[in-house]
Design a binder for this molecule. Structure first.
Ligand code: HEC
Length: 118
């Protein structure tokens, strides 16, 4: 009974703030002004396009291209699952270290904001 009250209290504020959603992100992670061009594209450029560029996708990236806004936007749910490495999809980056929490959070914020092309 007591535990249930505590759990309800935690859940009720879960969506209140970014700090509540991402408590493990350090204060050095700048998650303000998350734009596609400014914050999302560099994540892919630095960690994914070696296999998922338009040119390389067929040979190295399982035919998953992540170079254009349209492709990233359409595949946002699988990208999030792959980089969070929580679901049945292949964990990404393939054969690499998991992305820093800040980058994963940045991508998920962009998705939550409605995947703006900005
Ligand atoms: C070393 C090459 C390589 C890198 C780097 C890489 N991927 Fe992949 N990715 C692949 C291959 C190959 C597949 C096809 C599935 C498999 O073989 O695991 C794939 C599949 C995927 C899929 C589809 C997953 C599924 O199971 O359907 C997504 C989404 C994806 N990658 C996202 C990313 C993202 C985002 C990054 C960067 C953070 C990334 N990948 C980095 C090679 C790579």
């Amino acid at each position: 009974m007591f535990a249930a009250i505590i759990a309800a209290g935690v859940c009720s504020c879960y969506y209140d703030s970014e700090e509540g959603l991402y408590p493990s992100i350090s204060s050095t992670c700048d998650t303000t002004n998350v734009t596609y061009s400014g914050k999302v594209v560099p994540i892919f450029a630095n960690n994914c396009l070696s296999c998922h560029s338009n040119a390389r996708a067929a040979s190295s990236g399982g035919s998953v291209a992540l170079e254009n806004f349209a492709d990233v936007s359409a595949q946002a749910a699988s990208i999030s699952a792959a980089i969070n490495q929580t679901g049945p999809l292949s964990p990404m980056p393939k054969n690499g270290s998991k992305l820093k929490a800040c980058l994963i959070t940045t991508f998920d914020i962009w998705v939550r904001n409605g995947k703006p092309n900005n």
